[in-house]
Each structure stands twice: as structure tokens, then as C-alpha cells.
Design a protein around this ligand. Sequence first.
Ligand SMILES: Cc1cc2nc3c(=O)[nH]c(=O)nc-3n(C[C@H](O)[C@H](O)[C@H](O)COP(=O)(O)O)c2cc1C
Length: 450
Amino acid sequence: MIQRESEQDFAISSSLTTTTTGKRLLLNHTTDASTLINSDDSEGVCCDVSESFMENEEEFSCMKEEEDEEFAWDKQVDEEIEVEKEEKGKLGYYDFWRSIGSPKYVVAPMVDQSEMAFRLLSKEYGATLAYTPMFHGMYFAYHKKYRARFYQFNPDLEGPVFAQFCTNDPETFVQCGKRVWDLSKQKISAIDLNLGCPQRIARRGRYGSFLMEDLQTVHSIINKAHLELPMPVTAKIRIFEDLELTMNYVKTVVDAGAQVLCVHGRTREQKGANQNYADWTVIRAIREQFPQIPMIANGNIRTFQDVQDCLEYTRVDAVMSGEGLLENPALFNGGQFVHPLDISDKYVNICKTHFPPDHNNIKRHLFRILDKYIPEDRSDLRGILGKASLWEHYREFVDYARKIENEFDFKELEFEPSICVVTDPENHPIVKKPLRKKDVETDSGAADEE
Ligand SMILES: Cc1cc2nc3c(=O)[nH]c(=O)nc-3n(C[C@H](O)[C@H](O)[C@H](O)COP(=O)(O)O)c2cc1C
């Protein structure tokens, strides 16, 4: 009898996260706190933990599962999938969307940041759908230790979750689907193909946004998984500068069998210092041309007002937030301000029972939540967090911040109104990075410099 991973998984991942030491891919407890705050780049600047895991080929050579064990597992899961497909069929488009509660507020896939603890936190504040961080397809499909370390999902506590993978190989994507279906005890809502990652590592591996020009491969990956897997396949894309190319691309993705489409309204080049605004006009045009597919809009959502404006303007079904949600995990909370220390407190409590894959995940979250309120020269607070290496240290950090909270100004941040409808790119108010009103007032040159 093959031992299924799902039973062992949570135990393994939490013990690994709390006890492993030493290797390059593991924790760096002495990281300088200030280096942890890095929000310049969308699409995963903060992915050094899992990236280093991915890049360390040597680590993996000893991780390959025994071939005959694999074979038996495969056969067993294949049989179960066939039964599932025959008995239940597979819901598509809006039947599927309704079956997961027609979600409106979506946690973006974020390497090292949309881990289970953060998804649970966001859910408490109104998120109704969440993506896992991107998993590297090859490692997820074929390496048990990678899954044990990075895969976290608890269907009893979480709402609908899409598991995201990057790959350029159809068979690998199918294997990922089988794995996650089995690990999640068949509860994962969908698997998502990352077609948006613009980073160097994606260029090297030819995945993410570097598949945008290879429509045949995109079609093959989605279509094979659509035909062979029991759960729906979804895709998260970026746009081309040219609308016709974008429409043709979307057509390929939809024709291949994607059942939900998430559109990040930026091009591959709009990253890092070139991030710029996300273009909702393109998202709306896609919505109009492909009314059959549930759509999620992504880009420049900083406030609940942005969420409402985006839904109203683009007419999509849901709105996804990444950076905005990292800064304010209560962003989907209907516009009600939640004290950042209450959010931090809740997050740390969740981490006690659902420890993230890495300490840096927690550190970054706490920094992102509190960074705007704590001056840079407060090395006492930043120091505690930077050096934390046990759950208790995070608890102490939040308790200490609470004790001295009247030294800081924890009031709601004000933002410029959202206008991601690009009618006049030259004079667009959101230049390169979403600007806070405060930044504009205190440093009028900031926008130009960025
Ligand atoms: C820390 C971080 C990690 C990210 N990792 C992923 C990822 O794993 N997969 C993905 O498709 N996009 C990833 N992204 C991109 C976001 O999902 C989202 O598309 C992008 O941040 C734009 O949305 P925003 O303007 O709301 O931040 C990441 C973004 C951030 C900030």
C-alpha cells in the first residue's frame, strides 16, 4: 500500500520549518531587518527562499522518489481520477465559479507571501478566494521534499484555493495537478498556470510571461490538463502592449480550456522600476470580448474603493490584490480601518498553529503591515523582528509594539483616488508605483525619481 502524503504533510512541513538549520535554502535568522522590506517589484521579488530551493540542483538530486513507488502512486491516483470524472463530471466557467461561491475578493499568488497563514488572515478580513504561492512545477511534481516544505493547504479552514504552478511542460503540469488533488484530499478548487512571472529566473526557465509568444506551448499545457484532470484549470496572464496580440493570446488560453482568467493589467516589461500603472481599459476590453469566462482583474488595488471602482469599471467578477493586501491584509474588509497591530496580532496567532514555510515569510508580513507606521530609526523594533527565530519572538515583538504604541501614529493611510483607466498615459496619476497622498504632499519629487 502506498503511503499517501496528505496524512503526513502538515506534520512534516511544520517540523521542517521550525527545526531545520544551516543549509543555503533554509532560514537566515540574522538577516538585517531593513533588507526584508522590498516592494519595488511585482511578481515575486521576495522569492529568495523558494527560488534558492529551486535553483539548488544538488539538493534535488537526492530527493527523487523511488521509481516503483511513483509508478504505483500514479496508477492509484489515475484510477481515482477516472472514477471522479465519470461520476461527478467537471464544472466549467460560471457553473464552477458559482460552485465556489462566486468570490469577489482575491488574494494574489505571491511567492513566499501567500502562504496558508496569510491566506487565513486575509480570509478573516473578507477575502473570498486565494491562490497559493507559485510552485515550481518540476519540483512540485517530482520532489517529495519540495512539496513537504512548501505545500500548505487546509480545506477545512480555508475557502476556495487555486494552486499555482509554473512550467512549460504539459505533462509536468498534469503531474502537479494529480499531486495537489491527492494532497488536498481532492479539495483544491483549481490549478492555475502562471503566465505572468517576468523575472530573470522565469526567462532562464522559459516559463511565466516568457511563454506569451509561444501560443502553441501555452495551448498544450492548458489543454492537456483540462482534458486529463478532474479539477478546472485556470490561468493568470499579463497583457501585451498591443491589444490585438492580447486578444489573440486570451483566445488561445480560453480555447485551450481555461475556466477562469486572471488578467494582470501590466505588460511583461512593467516590473521593478518600470512597474507603472495597471491598465484597466485592457481588462475591460477582454471582459467584453470573452463574456463566457469568469474573470479576475489584477493591478493597483490599494483600497476598498479601488476594489469597487475596478469591479464597476472593468465589469469582471472579482478583484485580486497583491502589494495592497500585503500592506493592509484587511483591504477587503469593506473599507473599515483595522488597527495594524490588531492585524499583526491575529497573524502571529495564526502562525502559531500554521507556521509558514520560512521565518522570512513572517518577518516580511509583519514589516509590510507595520512599516508605514514605524520610523526607520526605530532600530529597537526592527531589530527584534530581524533577529526573531522562534514563534515566541514574534509574539514578543507584537506585545512590545503594543506597549509603546502611543509613540506611533496608527491612523488610516490616505490614498490618491484610483484611476487605472488609462486615457492619458503621460499624465496618469499613478506613476510607476501606487502613490500615497502623504508621499505626494511630503516629497513632490518622489514620483519623478521613481
Ligand atoms: C511578493 C510577491 C510575490 C509574487 N509572487 C507571484 C507568484 O507566485 N505568482 C504570480 O502569478 N504572481 C506573483 N506576484 C504578482 C502578484 O500576484 C500580482 O500579479 C502583482 O503584485 C500585481 O498586483 P498588485 O498591483 O495588486 O500588487 C507576486 C507579487 C509580489 C509582490
